[in-house]
Design a protein around this ligand. Structure first.
Ligand code: GTQ
Ligand code: FE2
Length: 356
């Protein structure tokens, strides 16, 4: 290399790189290989009190049916350039169905779940199995399972949808197929067939011994989640181990066949804080969405404070330090992409201070 750089020749080199569809590393390295995660996604809060009236207006103005498929309104992270993505990998939406409405059956490569803040008037029919959606329940729609939703009550219902839509888009792995224009089975059983077979903790039916990536259990009921969280805090009161950290009960929704995550692309958890508890501060690679189910509190996220009331949602970008404080008993649902990071050996993080 010569000592004196020929600026004109250099500019010509860069122009020729561009003309040849090439780009040098040395001008981009800070963006491409930062010392620690530099997410575009921003910490952000969506208040349920803002989301619900907007969903209701969509209910009045926008029919639900074949083509648009769902009256689902996505959280669009303000750092992601207007894309309908809560984080670079996670789709989170409020979906709304009015009395008697039907969202037609379809299936897609993207795995999905529903989490219900309020109501019990909707059944989601998963591969022909009608599954009631009630407050506090987590309902699964694994990849390539047929699903449609039908409303059988008088009061409209809104709930949270989570899907790996952004991840599957980035991986160019999307497939989609329309099903019946209605749904296969409009029955409204108390229990789905999947629960009758699989909702018996620690007991797997001998008819199904093959491990599958998706949980065969489509509904994780609030009564069971509530009891599991309450037991952790009771044991803490009695001086026995089991809570996640002091005043903080937590559980993960798992595939009863494997004990691993209920869905391969989305980790789902429920947390309960006693009134007055402040959690440890944690951060990690990958991103997350949290929704308040019951109670009030505060999230401190990368130096910002967000007040949380019932139904409120926050997005947690990669490496952003997060801790919660509970004003009342605080029940929080969360989903994230950490399982993907684990599979790829990219998971890092923990309690602050975290060394990269
Ligand atoms: O309910 O099937 O929020 O397919 C996005 C895509 C919901 C659904 C969404 C979907 C669904
Ligand atoms: Fe769907």
């Amino acid at each position: 290399m010569t000592d004196v750089i020929d600026e004109g020749a250099l500019r010509q080199l860069y122009d020729d790189f561009a003309a040849a569809s090439l780009k040098p590393l040395w001008t981009e390295i800070g963006n491409l290989q930062p010392e620690f995660p530099q997410p575009d996604a921003l910490p952000h809060r969506w208040a349920w009190a803002d989301l619900l009236p907007l969903a209701e207006r969509a209910g009045d103005l926008v029919p639900v049916g074949r083509g648009g498929e769902r009256r689902a309104i996505a959280l669009a992270n303000p750092g992601l350039g207007g894309q309908p993505f809560a984080t670079p990998t996670l789709w989170a939406a409020i979906q709304y169905l009015g009395a008697g409405e039907v969202a037609p059956s379809h299936r897609h490569a993207q795995g999905a779940f529903r989490f219900v803040v309020r109501g019990e008037a909707v059944w989601t029919v998963v591969n022909g199995d009608p599954v009631q959606m009630r407050a506090g329940d987590l309902l699964l729609t694994p990849s390539w399972h047929w699903h449609g939703h039908h409303h059988v009550g008088d009061e409209p219902m809104a709930w949270l949808d989570g899907l790996a839509i952004p991840l599957v888009k980035k991986l160019d792995a999307s497939f989609f197929e329309f099903g019946d224009d209605g749904i296969e089975d409009k029955a409204t059983p108390e229990q789905s067939r999947s629960e009758r077979l699989w909702a018996h903790a620690g007991r797997r039916p001998l008819s199904a011994l093959e491990n599958k990536p998706n949980s065969p259990l489509m509904a994780y009921r609030w009564a069971d989640t509530d009891a599991a969280l309450a037991a952790q805090l009771e044991l803490e009161d009695e001086g026995y181990p089991g809570v996640y950290e002091p005043g903080h009960a937590a559980l993960r929704f798992t595939n009863p066949m494997t004990g691993g995550d209920a869905l391969p692309t989305l980790r789902t958890e429920m947390h309960r804080l006693r009134a007055g508890t402040t959690t440890s501060t944690q951060r990690s690679t990958g991103s997350a969405v949290w929704q308040t189910f019951r109670g009030r509190g505060t999230a401190e996220l990368a130096g910002q404070r967000f007040e949380l009331a019932e139904g409120d949602l926050i997005t947690v970008p990669a490496w952003a330090p997060l801790r919660f404080t509970a004003q009342t008993q605080l029940d929080l649902f969360t989903f994230n992409d950490h399982r993907i990071l684990e599979v790829l050996n990219l998971a890092r993080g923990g309690t602050e201070p975290v060394r990269p």
